[in-house]
Write a protein that binds this ligand. Structure first.
Ligand SMILES: Cc1cc2nc3c(=O)[nH]c(=O)nc-3n(C[C@H](O)[C@H](O)[C@H](O)COP(=O)(O)OP(=O)(O)OC[C@H]3O[C@@H](n4cnc5c(N)ncnc54)[C@H](O)[C@@H]3O)c2cc1C
Length: 497
């Protein structure tokens, strides 16, 4: 992603961009679910969406379904879109709360088109016209991460990136200031450079092993530290959403692609053994397993500085927040585009990086991680489950003050703290608050302005607009078949019906 974006934006004809990776070491390759931001990244660097989807066996994603999180038997969808519309400038959910207080039991999901489309397995592209209910959602992709890496490699090489398959065996630092001077490959080749982007994964080859930057660990808030991943055969319909089901020691993902289903069990090693996690995962697949479960280990947290001297850590080398909300690829892409914005042509050429720019970049990335962290912790903490030690721990753990403040404001007056930058806007917080049974004590009293009959009618009209848009949306599989049938050769071709 970094090499592709740098080549597209800075032009490899003017700057020499070298990409070193080792096919012997390989990639993690399990990032299968994405967020709508990926479309802005694609557009910015000139990736064609249909071509990308066809090459990566992709399906559309309208949100994430959370099953069994607050109580066993619960299910809610975090949609990529809004709930209802504002009335007299007041957010919709205050009117919904008013109706609930008056005895109406309509689920808030009935006011969200992406939720309705997910439940009905339908998909169509959103509209641009803001008055059209079809403009109230966004979408992302579910794709094969290894095919994505392969596609981007071709994209980068076509734009002049010089790729070397080799293992870095030594990193030389400049004696005078400790900046990275060169990398030595197992072939003996030495590579010098002005700026080194460390995309070496969890090992943090430059940022940690060479520069000893340090890592802030968050396992006490996000206790899962391992995963088992296994693909299985598709069975049933291709859902335009990812599913995350809470389990006895963590949670299980289910991500439908055109050619197979991605599955994984993310768990805490304090509460289940690897063997048991693998057995539980295999016993809960929708179709026949296509491989043995693959174990992965990680530590939630982030690097103390993601830009240190002339090294910028992007990806798993910069930090890791577990995949519950599919945020890693987003964090990578926002790190790339922010870095590009902060790097002037001049500083790329001279290698003189203004320390104020470096500090501002690091602060930005910290903010991005902190926002995601709080949102993830909310899923674990806001549970009523008392059937397993992990849920007892999460329910009673001390949470960050920043999250405690957000939750308190919501509980007291249904207020959602919004911010200009960073992930997760009001509808995302509402989805998880309501989905995990956090009900505010009070709503905005201005929502009492319309008389009860008017309020009922206004809300009924919103539901009708969603229903009439929904019937015009094609089935997800049918839309995929005409929009981006999988390329022959990228796994098993064709859309399952
Ligand atoms: C269980 C799990 C589930 C995930 N699910 C999602 C998801 O649904 N959505 C999402 O957005 N993200 C997800 N992620 C995160 C996603 O997988 C990663 O963010 C993504 O794969 C990027 O990884 P990376 O490039 O930083 O590291 P890696 O994939 O580990 O790549 C590291 C690269 O560095 C190279 N390298 C390392 N050492 C050397 C060396 N000595 N010499 C030469 N080359 C070297 C390797 O060859 C490789 O190319 C998930 C992660 C995990 C662990």
């Amino acid at each position: 992603m970094t090499a592709a974006a740098f080549a597209a934006v800075f032009g490899a004809a003017h700057r020499q961009i070298r990409l070193v990776e080792s096919s012997e070491i390989g990639i993690v390759g399990v990032g299968e679910a994405t967020l709508p931001h990926i479309r802005f990244f694609n557009r910015r660097i000139g990736i064609d969406e249909r071509e990308l989807m066809a090459h990566t066996q992709a399906t559309f994603k309208l949100g994430i379904e959370f099953v069994d999180w607050a109580r066993i038997g619960d299910s809610y969808i975090h949609p990529f879109g809004t709930y209802g519309s504002r009335i007299a400038g007041i957010p919709f959910h205050h009117y919904w709360l008013r109706q609930q207080a008056a005895g109406d039991s309509t689920d808030i999901g009935e006011y969200s088109l992406p939720i309705a489309a997910s439940r009905a397995n339908r998909f169509a592209l959103p509209a641009e016209d803001p008055t059209d209910v079809m403009s109230t959602f966004g979408y992302a992709f579910q794709f094969d991460a290894s095919l994505y890496a392969r596609y981007l490699r071709g994209f980068a090489e076509a734009r002049g990136v010089q790729r070397t398959d080799g293992k870095i065996v030594d990193v030389k630092l400049r004696a005078e200031d400790g900046w990275v001077q060169s990398l030595t490959l197992d072939s003996g080749e030495m590579i010098t450079g002005d700026l080194f982007i460390d995309c070496s994964g969890f090992r943090g080859l430059l940022i940690e092993q060479a520069l000893k930057t340090g890592y802030d660990e968050w396992t006490h808030w996000l206790p899962c530290d391992r995963a088992m991943a296994v693909p299985c055969e598709n069975s049933g319909r291709l859902t335009p959403y990812t599913r995350a089901t809470a389990r006895e020691a963590g949670w299980q993902w289910r991500i439908p692609l055109q050619h197979r289903m991605g599955n994984g069990y993310v768990y805490s090693s304090n509460f289940i053994s690897d063997d048991e996690a693998a057995a539980k995962l295999l016993s809960r697949l929708d179709g026949k397993a296509l491989a043995d479960p693959r174990p992965l280990r990680f530590t939630a947290g982030r690097r103390r500085k993601t830009w240190n001297r002339n090294v910028v850590a992007i990806g798993l080398s910069g930090g890791f927040l577990e995949p519950l909300e599919s945020t890693s690829i987003y964090l990578i892409q926002i790190a790339i585009t922010t870095l590009i914005d902060y790097l002037t042509e001049q500083s790329v050429a001279t290698g003189n990086y203004d320390p104020r720019v470096v500090q501002a970049y690091n602060r930005w990335i910290e903010m991005e991680y902190d926002r995601v962290r709080d949102f993830l912790i909310l899923h674990y903490h806001a549970t009523e489950r008392a059937d397993a030690p992990i849920w007892d721990y999460c329910r009673t753990m001390r949470i960050p003050d920043s999250l405690a403040h957000k939750m308190e404001l919501f509980r007291t007056r249904a207020h959602v703290i919004t911010y200009k930058d960073g992930l997760f806007l009001e509808p995302s917080w509402l989805a998880v608050y309501f989905g995990q049974r956090i009900m505010p004590r009070q709503y905005d009293p201005r929502a009492d302005a319309p008389n009860p009959e008017q309020a009922r009618e206004q809300l009924a009209r919103m539901r009708e607009r969603i229903e009439s848009a929904l019937v015009r949306m094609p089935a997800h599989e049918d839309f995929l078949r005409q929009y981006c049938p999988a390329e022959p050769g990228s796994g098993r071709a064709g859309v399952r019906t």
